[in-house]
Design a protein around this ligand. Structure first.
Ligand code: PLP
Length: 466
C-alpha cells in the first residue's frame, strides 16, 4: 500500500510495498518507467514538498490555500487512472495516466477526518438511515444550483449508472431507442447496452472552437422509436456547459416528439470561470421540467467515485415512480460518511480545487497553442477533461492504415498506443465517445500542474517529431 502521507519530492522515493494481483511489481514499475518526472517536478515546487509524517490530509501553503501543486502519489492504490494502463503496457512505456475521470489531488480534509472518526467504531452491519446524506443533497442543490428539491423527489443511488439504466428500462420499451448528442461520455453506450436499448447519435458540429448541436439533425433523429434523450450537462468530453436557451430548445423538441429527457449533471460543479451551469430541473418551463429526470453526484466534485454515491430527482412524481420501480442500489457506510462530510464541509476545498483546474485549462490552452501548433484545442467551459484534436499527427503517423494492420478498433485506438510508446502519455480515444470524436483524444487535466506540464512536454516532443 501507499502510505497515507506519501508524497513525491524530498527523498525522491515512494513507499510502494504492494505486489499487485496482476504480478506487476509497482516499485520496479515506478523506478523503471514512470514517475521520475513527478519526483523531479515535486522538487521544483516551493512549499511543503517532502513527505510529512504527521499530515493526514492535503497540506496548506503559506498563503493558507491548499497545495494542489505537489503531486500526490496514487500508484499502487488500485486506481483505474494510474494502475490500469500499465497492465496494457507491461513493457513499461506507460508513464502518465491522463485518461479515467478521477482527480489526482489529495481529498478534502473533512472527508478523511469523518472517515477516520467512523473507523474508530468497529462494526459494519447494514445502514439504517441516509437522512443526513439526503439533507446534504437538498442543501447543495439549493445553495449551489438554485434548485429547490423536496426530500421525496430525490432517490439516492450508488452511481449514475444504476439510475440511468433503470430510467432506460422504464421509458424505452424493447425495440425503441435512446438519442444522444455526440461526442458524449462513453459510459452512456455501456448503460444502453445494459438496458438492452439501441443508441442513436446526433453528431454535433464543431463551429468557431465550440461543439454546437445540429438542430435539424437532432429533430430528424427524434423518430417515434426514440423514447429518451440523454443530455450531458456539462458535456463530457467536449466541456460544453449548455445555456438555458439551448436546454429549453432541447427540452421543447423532446416534449413535442414524446421523448423523455435524462439529464446527466455529474460534472455540474466543475464549471470554468465566466460560465454558468443551468440545471435542467430549473428551466422556466414546467412542462419541459416535468418531462425530465436529473442525475447527479458529488463524485466528480470531490473525487469520490470509489465511494459509490449518486442520486436522481424529478419534479414529476409519476416519472420518478416509474424509474424507482426498476432501480435498486445498496450504499456503503463509508460512502455515506464521506459524501455527507463533503456536502457539509467540503466547499472551501472544492472552490480552490476548481480554481486550480481552471488555471490548468488555461495553461494547457496556452501551451498547446504555443508549442503544439498541429494540435487543435477545444475551448472548455466545464469539466476537468479536455478534448484535443490530434488529427494532423494521426495522419502523419498513418493511424488510419496502421489501425487495420494492428487490429485496433479505430485509428484513434492505434494513436492511443502510439502516444504511450512515444511519450508515455495515456489518453482516451475520441471514437469511444460516439460519432464526432474522430481525430480527437480526451485528456484529464485534474492533476498537479507540474505533472500537466511534464505531460505536455512529453506529448509535444512526440508530436513535433512524428
Ligand atoms: C457524464 C458522466 N456520467 C456518469 C459517469 C459515471 O458515474 P458513476 O460512476 O456515478 O456511475 C461519468 C464518469 O466519468 C461521467 O463523466
Amino acid at each position: 500500500m501507499v502510505k497515507n502521507n506519501d508524497r513525491l519530492g524530498g527523498t525522491g522515493e515512494m513507499s510502494i510495498v504492494k505486489k499487485s494481483s496482476t504480478g506487476l511489481d509497482r516499485r520496479s514499475f515506478i523506478k523503471s518507467a514512470s514517475l521520475a518526472a513527478l519526483a523531479g517536478a515535486g522538487s521544483a515546487v516551493s512549499g511543503p514538498v517532502s513527505a510529512q509524517e504527521s499530515s493526514a490530509s492535503i497540506p496548506r501553503l503559506a498563503s493558507g490555500n491548499y497545495d494542489f501543486d505537489t503531486p500526490y502519489n496514487r500508484v499502487g492504490t488500485d486506481c483505474a487512472r494510474w494502475d490500469s494502463p500499465p497492465i496494457r503496457y507491461p513493457e513499461g512505456t506507460f508513464k502518465y495516466g491522463m485518461g479515467v475521470a478521477s482527480m489526482d489531488f489529495e481529498c478534502a480534509p473533512c472527508i478523511t477526518e469523518a472517515l477516520q472518526e467512523r473507523v474508530k467504531h468497529h462494526n459494519w452491519g447494514y445502514l439504517s438511515s441516509t437522512e443526513g446524506l439526503r439533507n446534504g443533497i437538498l442543501r447543495w442543490n439549493g445553495e449551489h444550483h438554485g434548485v429547490d428539491l423536496s426530500p421525496d423527489s430525490v432517490t439516492i443511488s450508488d452511481g449514475i449508472y444504476p439510475g440511468m439504466i433503470a430510467a432506460m428500462r422504464a421509458f424505452v420499451p424493447r425495440g425503441s431507442k435512446v438519442l444522444l448528442s455526440t461526442p458524449a461520455y462513453s459510459g452512456f453506450f455501456s448503460m444502453a447496452r445494459a438496458a438492452n436499448v439501441e443508441v442513436i447519435d446526433s453528431e454535433m458540429e464543431y463551429k468557431n472552437g465550440r461543439y454546437e448541436i445540429n438542430w435539424q439533425d437532432l429533430e430528424e433523429k427524434m423518430t417515434p422509436e426514440v423514447r429518451v434523450m440523454i443530455v450531458c450537462n456539462p458535456q463530457n468530453p467536449t466541456g460544453n456547459v449548455w445555456t438555458e436557451e439551448e436546454l429549453l430548445r432541447v427540452g421543447r423538441l423532446c416534449l413535442d416528439h414524446n421523448v423523455v429527457v435524462l439529464s446527466d449533471e455529474i460534472h455540474s460543479d466543475v464549471i470554468r470561470a465566466g460560465h454558468k451551469f443551468t440545471p435542467f430541473g430549473s428551466l422556466p418551463d414546467q412542462a419541459v421540467v416535468n418531462n425530465s429526470i436529473s442525475f447527479n453526484a458529488i463524485s466528480k466534485t470531490f473525487n469520490l467515485a470509489g465511494m459509490k454515491n449518486a442520486y436522481y430527482y424529478s419534479k414529476s412524481p409519476v416519472m420518478l415512480e416509474r424509474v424507482n420501480k426498476y432501480h435498486r442500489a445498496e450504499l456503503s457506510t463509508l460512502g455515506v460518511v464521506a459524501n455527507e462530510a463533503a456536502y457539509n464541509e467540503g466547499w472551501e476545498w472544492f472552490e480552490q480545487a476548481n480554481a486550480y483546474m481552471d488555471e490548468n485549462h488555461t495553461f494547457i490552452e496556452n501551451y498547446v497553442k504555443q508549442n503544439m501548433p498541429t494540435v487543435g484545442y477545444v475551448k472548455n467551459e466545464g469539466t476537468y477533461m479536455t478534448f484535443l484534436d490530434f488529427s494532423k499527427t494521426m495522419k502523419t503517423v498513418g493511424a488510419e492504415e496502421q489501425h487495420r494492420s494492428h487490429n485496433k478498433a479505430s485509428a484513434e485506438h492505434y494513436f492511443q498506443d502510439w502516444l504511450v510508446h512515444n511519450s508515455g502519455v495515456y489518453l482516451n480515444p475520441g471514437t469511444d465517445y460516439g460519432s464526432g470524436g474522430a481525430g480527437h483524444m480526451r485528456m484529464n487535466i485534474a492533476s498537479s500542474r507540474l505533472v500537466v506540464r511534464d505531460v505536455l512536454e512529453a506529448m509535444a516532443s512526440a508530436v513535433n517529431n512524428a
